[in-house]
Design a protein around this ligand. Structure first.
Ligand code: FAD
Length: 367
């Protein structure tokens, strides 16, 4: 028997769930389908820094989504906490960036996007052991606690009568006259009005396997990232620290995350002793007091890597009612709310507040 669905979103990470919220708020019916359970992949594994790493070195398309999201997060997290009682722990703890050889570019970027910046204070630099180079302090930069943000978002979507179909994969997608008419899973057939693919690192494989006759050049590759968690005390560190390509993120309860590796390992999510040692050495050299605390967790996640880290957001080039929101690489949390808004604007044919061109599936492939 075939059930009818309005909007079906494949992939219930941050990208799929935030899109679902946009559609529900616009009065549409939404179903989220995931091969596992919601929010347990990259979105769970990430650090939750709500700033791209050195955004001034990255494409403008990343800053555009990130800056719009930064404005949306306070209300989003307050709404989630109020409705669900689960605190996503969004908080403006600030970020200290230890080395800025391109300080002028950083300054220009901060001024352009109205991001408050200061030179770092002596009390901040004196507790850390590293070679500082024009350190910069960004007091307004916030973090969110990934597992709680996702849990809260799922609970909120359930309250909004969003249906979750977990542990299920799509077996077939039916296309008639360049439109998706339905999908088949082990549970049966569903007809759909719109299909959104937000399968993170698996997006390229998903599209190639299910739509071999409709090739789309979506270059998304898994990029493994490993993290460590120290069971530290709340007074150990009060703000995020970025030193080179690695960072410390203090959570409200005192635990400190250390991240992260950037590895090409296919879809292999296993952790390695080498990464553990490297992250441990980085963290304890930078903040020696961490040697007093145990490492309680070590994990890995698969980032959806894309050319220049710019996500693909928009309509499939050949299939009218098939949309993609994937490939957010290192910035899926920080770009999430604005990316979801852009996707919803495109699907619902509303005016967009951000130019969609750089995220289009038809954009030229980066060399
Ligand atoms: C170590 C690490 C640190 C990070 N730190 C940060 C940070 O500080 N700030 C930041 O903004 N970003 C960070 N990121 C990046 C961020 O986590 C990702 O960009 C973001 O989570 C991507 O979200 P997503 O929903 O697109 O993908 P995912 O969270 O991976 O979700 C994809 C979903 O699709 C499902 N799926 C896949 N294939 C199928 C299928 N065939 N059928 C059904 N379902 C399927 C999966 O089960 C999964 O639930 C980090 C990532 C890692 C790994």
């Amino acid at each position: 028997m075939s059930h009818h669905l309005d909007i079906l979103i494949i992939g219930a990470g941050i990208s799929g769930q935030l899109a679902a919220r946009e559609f529900r708020n616009a009065g549409r019916e939404v179903t989220l389908l995931d091969k596992s359970r919601p929010g347990l992949e990259s979105s769970w594994a990430g650090g939750g820094i709500l700033l791209p790493i050195y955004p001034w070195r990255q494409a403008t398309a990343i800053s555009e989504l990130a800056i719009q999201s930064l404005k949306l997060y306070p209300q989003l997290s307050a709404e989630l906490l109020a409705k669900t009682g689960i605190d996503p722990e969004w908080r403006e703890c600030g970020m200290l960036i230890c080395k800025n050889p391109d300080f002028e570019a950083a300054e220009r970027w901060c001024r352009r996007y109205d991001v408050v910046f200061q030179t770092a204070f002596a009390e901040q630099t004196s507790t850390l052991t590293t070679q500082f180079e024009q350190p910069i302090w960004l007091p307004g930069i916030a973090q969110a606690r990934n597992p709680r943000l996702l849990k809260s978002l799922s609970a909120y979507l359930s309250q909004l009568d969003t249906e979750f179909i977990s542990d299920t994969e799509i077996e077939e997608i039916d296309i008639v006259d360049r439109r998706v008419t339905g999908v088949k899973t082990k549970h049966g057939q569903y007809s759909v009005n719109e299909l959104v693919v937000s399968t993170g690192a698996w997006t390229r494989e998903f599209l190639n396997n299910l739509l071999p006759d409709w090739p789309a050049d979506i270059d998304i590759q898994p990029v493994r990232g490993q993290m460590l968690l120290f069971d530290a005390k709340p007074e150990t560190l009060h703000y995020m620290v970025l030193d080179g390509d690695q960072y410390l993120i203090p959570r409200r309860d005192g635990k400190i995350l250390v991240g992260s590796t950037v590895e090409q390992a296919g879809f292999d999510k296993t952790t390695t002793e080498q990464a553990r040692e490297q992250l441990y050495r980085f963290a304890t050299q930078l903040l020696p007091i961490l040697k007093n605390f145990p490492v309680s967790h070590h994990w890995a996640g698969l980032r959806p890597g894309s050319p220049q880290g710019i996500p693909f957001i928009g309509q499939h080039p050949d299939i009218e009612n098939l949309y993609i929101n994937a490939g957010h690489f290192r910035n899926g949390l920080v770009m999430g709310p604005a990316a979801a808004q852009l996707l919803a604007d495109l699907v619902l044919q509303r005016p967009t507040s951000i130019d969609p061109t750089p995220y289009s599936l038809n954009r030229p492939t980066a060399s």
